[in-house]
Design a binder for this molecule. Sequence first.
Ligand code: ADP
Length: 488
Amino acid sequence: MISGTRLKILMVATEAVPFAKEGGVADVIGSLPAELAKLGHEVCIFMPRYGIVDPMRWGLKPTGFVGTWQGRPASVMRTTLPGTPVVVYLLDQDEFFGRHRQIYLGLDQRDEQRRFILFCRALLDALPALGFAPDIIHLNDWQTAPCAAYLRTSYGHLLRHGAARIVYTVHNLQYQGRWDISILDEAGLDPAQVFTRSGLEFWGDVNWMKAGLMYADVVTTVSRRYAEEIQTLDYGWGLDEVLFQRHSRIFGIPNGLDWDTWNPATDSDLAVQYTAAEAPAAKVRNRTALREEFGLPDDPELPVVGIVSRLVDQKGFDLVAAVAAELGNLPLQLVVLGSGQSHYEQLFRELAARTPNVRARIGFDGALSRRIYAGADFFLMPSSFEPGGLGQLIALRYGTLPIVHATGGLADTVTDLDADPHAGNGVAFTSYAAPALLDALRRALNLYAQRDRWPGLVERAMAYDSRWSASALAYSQLYQRVLRLPLM
Ligand code: ADP
């Protein structure tokens, strides 16, 4: 135990690697509990069992706990997070989870809310029967926020007169879970208690994200900058005032990266594996292989800029579209891997068809993504907003310099090399505008042209410490602190 007391922590989430993943939250829930366990805490994860979570493959065992909610029978299964002592409980309910292979069936639909309301209620009922009395109930995103409303009302006994506290993490404020007041009836929550300004009422609707923000003892987000940004009009998605009222209880704790999963020295998908010392030469060989894969000429004068991303509005591709005409004239090659909104898929298809130095692969391909992280010289991530961001951390780990819009987690992790030549690890632009992106690309090219300086920059990128251990310690300290805060 590094500091403080051993705590019982319940982590409630909708996704966790390796069982079910759609976004970055799965990486967090798959890594953070194991790190907290290393610090001496007893951690359990509670999540739904979707159809993709195979009971045989993961050795799921019945706990014996069964019940019926909203007329639907459900039970709780149990396993452990592979290679760790972390116990994972999975709610098994066929109609809402088991028969679906997808995690999310549709945003803000009534049925979607019913699924996760049932999940929350069932897990709170199960806790005493499973013999787990948590000190910290850590909720993640709107789908788990109904737990907070229950814990402040009919399930208050689980907080054991203030012996237990609620932590709520916002992974992406954009997705809030809104519906009309009728959903409260189904949830079995009394509108007189919760449908208030200081509760979950929001412009006449129920807003589960707001429930999490108002009812948690502390709120966290996945970078320090994003914790500040969401309290402003530009990034608050309408909840900025609510967040600002609670600002003394909002903390930013950066996400870490799993250094075993992302390790260029052991990555079997690469043409050449490499340590930091081997990186300058090995990256050139990986780049040659990558160019071959994409049919690009192997010109050492041109750096390769990589993009690996969901192709959605958040990720800043409207800026790339705005500089499309100039891209062909820049001495670089652009390699894109992504899928998402059809107009962005179309943008990159067209760009690749008419620009000789641009190539695009539309789809999701984990192995190819690794070859891009390894073979590229720069990694472009011009997100308009970015709560945490994994892409830039993976790029640094693979010795690839990130070019980013300085927002959220990107601002916290990437330091501009022109602003700080001695500690910088990438290129960052502050104004979200096409000329700023173009300027950043030109500055990157200028860095690449400094051939004697370049190997040192690659080495510095790889030395950036994004491991989970520091973040887990920050969560551990926050848990100890929230237990000392006055009761809400
Ligand atoms: P977000 O969670 O908003 O999508 P992050 O940067 O936090 O953004 O995480 C994105 C993760 O998904 C990274 O691991 C990235 O490599 C991966 N990824 C995104 N798109 C693809 C793709 N088309 N193929 C393979 N991996 C992808």
